[in-house]
Structure formats: C-alpha cells, structure tokens
Design a protein around this ligand. Structure first.
Ligand code: IPM
Ligand code: MG
Length: 371
C-alpha cells in the first residue's frame, strides 16, 4: 500500500473542527486499505502564538518541508488583534506559502446542483458553474518590499505596500493556467489593472508572450480586474480559468466562493514547482474560508471546503484522481440527500452539524467506493 506523509495544521477558530472531519476521512482510507497516510500535527497561527509567541515554529516549518502535503485549517481571530504584526496568526500561513515556494493557488468554484438556490445570485446564473481562480501566491503586494509605516513627525504617518512582479513569476503562473485550461474548456482569462499599474502592464505583456510562444491552441482574453469582478457576478459561466495576481486573486476568489452558495464550499490547492529530479512538488491544501471566530466551537461549521481541499490533495499530490472523484461525488450525494450545515441551509433541508455532515460524506464515500 502506498504511504504518504501528511502534516496537519488545524490552526484557529473552526480550523480544528473541520480538520476533525479530515481525520475521519483519513481513518476511512486507512481502514479500507486504499492508502496509508502517516500523520503529524502541528500548531499554526494564534494557537501557536499562545504557546510559542510566534505564528509558526522552526520545528513545524521543518516538518512542512519534509511532508508530502500540508493540510491546513484556518488562522486568525479577534483574540490576536493586538499581537505584534510579525507574529500575527496570518504570518504563519504567509511564511508557509513563501518558504515552500507555493506560487500557484488553485481555487475551483463549483456549484453543486443541490446548492444552486443557496447562492445569493439567481439559479440560472450559477447552476452548473465550474470555474477556477488561479491566484499567484508568493509575489505581489503581499511580499513586496518596502512594506512599512513611517512616522513623518508632523502628526502624520505614511504607510507603504509594494506591488512587485518579475517576468519569471508571471510566466510560471501563466503556464499553470494554460495547462489547467487545456484539460478543461481551453480558455484563460487574465485579470490585471494595466490602466493604472505598471505590474498590470507587465502582467498582460508576459501572459500574452507565453501564450504566443507556447499555448496558441488555448483561447486567451485579457480583462481589467474590476470589470472581471463585475463579470463574475453578472455571468460567471463565461469563464473557465481566471489567472490573476496575489491581491486580486484574494478578492476575486471570495466573490467566486459566494457563487457556489457559501464560502464554506470553496477548497484550494497551493502548489510549488515540480522538482525535475523527484517529480514531486511541495503542496498545501486549505479551505478558502477563514477561521470564522463567530461560529467557532459550536459544531456548526461547514466541513465541505476542508474535505474538498483534501480531495485536491488526492488529485494533485497523490495521483489518486479516482478517489478524488469519488469524494466529490460523495459530497454531491450528501447534499442531494438534503443535508445542510447552517451556512447553506434552505427551506425543507435537514440541518446537520459539522460532525454529522462529515460522517454522512464519509459514509457516502464508503458506499461509492465499495465494489
Ligand atoms: C486567503 C486568506 C489569506 C490571504 C489571509 C488569511 C492571510 O484571506 O487565503 O484568501 O489573504 O491570502
Ligand atoms: Mg482571502
């Protein structure tokens, strides 16, 4: 039986609750003799700060470097609003992304038929939606220097964030986008703000060059990011793969999440470069939703984005696309049975807890996987 090393980082808020459902899934895979996952667990975010006064420790970073995949819950919450900026909970996640070189963040937005009425948009706008937001994750304004607040001495302060992109960063994310599109509906939409930002000018130029050199068979369009946000809520089905920078990708993927019914539905994969020798790549899988401190500890969080993120690990890290398809089908069938956590509750549906939803999905998987 294949064996893979996982590092689980539940984090804060609802992170530990939804991670419990991943453990339920792992137990199933072990019991069914499908694959053997070796599991380590670590602290990240506020949970780590409370014990170690940092957002992630060196020991946990070393485990992340050594793991075949990192499975991440969520970080942050009002409890840590006043901790020093460098050790705020989010710093742990950002360090993982940067140090592991996870430049490609794949955020699929799929609207399950059973949820088409949970979206705040009309059914015909979202029904059957299946798009990917591909977000550049290790560059741009998140990491650019300088990043400072300076006291100007006259009662004024000046804050600076720096948006910076080099050609190679745009090239490699563009390639991931074109490769993804080739396996789907063969269309890439690149979003930037070339009308006000130099990085936008370069972004468009480089994406266009990569397309002209290597991917002429793929349809490419360039859209300004603000207009793209508008089109995402007007008629999202016009898109296939949207490729965009770190900050625009952060915002556009939250918008895309709502098209699927709830932020509790959107999984993500963050991938590094494929190592030429080992053919492996570093990877981290996390739900797009945050730590949701307002509902933490009540057992009502939606575990689907977390479970679907693990499904992406099966697909992108472990070449287990059959199991990943089965897991997606299990999620679809739990929803089709009318089971709903509070965030996606609709008229006539059966309200379930985090654990009940996880149990139902794993139960469906067991049924679908048995010969
Ligand atoms: C996300 C989150 C993070 C981000 C936060 C938690 C740092 O919003 O993954 O979308 O801004 O990238
Ligand atoms: Mg975000």
């Amino acid at each position: 039986m294949a064996s893979h090393k996982l590092l689980l980082l539940p984090g804060d808020g609802i992170g530990p609750e939804v991670m419990t459902e991943v453990k339920r899934l792992l137990a199933f895979f072990g019991k069914a003799g499908i694959v053997d996952f070796t599991i380590e667990e670590g602290l990240v975010g506020g949970a780590c700060y409370d014990t170690h006064q940092v957002a992630i420790t060196e020991a946990t970073m070393a485990k992340a470097q050594a793991a075949d995949a990192v499975i991440f819950g969520a970080v942050g919450g009002p409890k840590w609003d006043n901790v020093p900026y460098d050790v705020r909970p989010e710093a742990g996640l950002l360090r993982l992304r940067k140090d592991l070189g996870l430049f490609a963040n794949i955020r699929p937005a799929i609207c399950y038929p059973a949820l088409a009425d949970s979206s705040s948009l009309k059914r015909d706008v979202v029904e059957g939606l299946d798009i990917i937001i591909l977000r550049e994750l290790t560059g741009g304004i998140y990491f650019g220097e300088p990043k400072t607040i300076t006291d100007l001495g006259n009662g004024q302060k000046r804050a600076i964030d720096t948006q910076v992109y080099d050609t190679y960063e745009i090239e490699r994310i563009a390639r991931v986008g074109f490769e993804l599109a080739r396996k789907r509906r063969n269309k890439v939409t690149s979003m930037e703000k070339r009308n006000v930002m130099k990085t936008g000018v370069l972004w468009r130029e480089v994406v266009g060059d990569v397309h002209a050199r290597e991917y002429r068979d793929v349809q490419l369009e360039h859209v300004l990011a603000d207009a793209g946000g508008m089109q995402l809520v007007r008629w999202p089905k016009q898109f296939d793969v949207i490729v965009t920078d770190n900050l625009f990708g952060d915002m556009l993927s939250d918008i895309a999440a709502m098209l699927t019914g709830s932020l509790g539905m959107l999984p993500s994969a963050s991938l590094g470069e494929v190592d030429a020798k080992t053919k492996r790549r570093k990877a981290l899988y996390e739900p797009v939703h945050g730590s949701a401190p307002d509902i933490a500890g009540r057992g009502i969080a939606n575990p689907i984005a977390m479970l679907a993120s693990f499904g992406m690990a099966l697909r992108y890290s472990f070449s287990m696309s059959r199991e990943a398809d089965l897991l997606d089908a299990a999620i679809g069938s739990a929803l089709a049975k009318g089971l709903r956590t509070a965030d996606i509750k609709s008229e006539g549906a059966i309200l379930v807890s985090t654990g009940e939803m996880g149990e139902a999905i794993v139960g469906e998987l067991e049924r679908l996987a048995s010969p």
